[in-house]
Design a protein around this ligand. Sequence first.
Ligand code: FPP
Length: 238
Amino acid sequence: MTQSHCTHLAIIMDGNGRWAERRGLPRLAGHCAGERALRRITAAAPNFGISTLTVYAFSSDNWKRPAGEISGLMNLLETHLARELGACLKNGVRLSMIGRRDRIPETARWAVEETERLTQNGRRLHLRLAIDYSSRDAMLAAWQPSCAPYDRQAFAERLNSPDVDLLIRTAGEQRLSDFLLWESAYAELYFTPVLWPDFNADDLETALEEFARRVRRFGGLPGQTVRTPTATAAESAC
Ligand code: FPP
């Protein structure tokens, strides 16, 4: 029942704006520093046994930000993909995007889809960039009238997004902000005051050490094997 290994790490990369503000720099400089941090953590993650890394790079609510910041972030997305392609291919990283594709600039969408195509065979790490992402929207899009009530597995398959083991949010806020709500039902949450551009492999290691100390019970008791109501009923019928 307990599990100390983090397979799927999710990160809300918060604090770019504050990082820039503290240095008297424009917000976009903070996002550029955040992009560098993302490259550091992508490189470090597989060394800790993480096989899926999902990062919140642009939420559907971020469209409310000033036009200049939005276009800066979309350009940064394209720059990130161009910079990372070589490293992804070299290091076995499969890159994909979650979120709506119909509202981001066409050039960004092309760059995402080309990178997805070229890195599809990466097996060491699956890096998922959440762009124009809203967990509520993702759930509404996955739901169909044919979805049977309580059939969690069928719904999860439609959502096509693995359960999160550990969710890290930087920069001190303690909320999920519409990120991976279904997938984080039993995630361990870790909040750190470190601003995202300063977050490094040592901070990741600290978070993973804390995760390893947590006892994950998934609603049961320590040391118990998982018994779903269905399994219990089937066993008692035998
Ligand atoms: C939240 O910090 C961060 C974002 C909205 C953008 C995250 C983007 C990156 C980490 C760069 C990588 C980007 C791409 C597209 C690959 P904030 O700006 O809300 O910070 P604040 O709360 O301090 O103002």
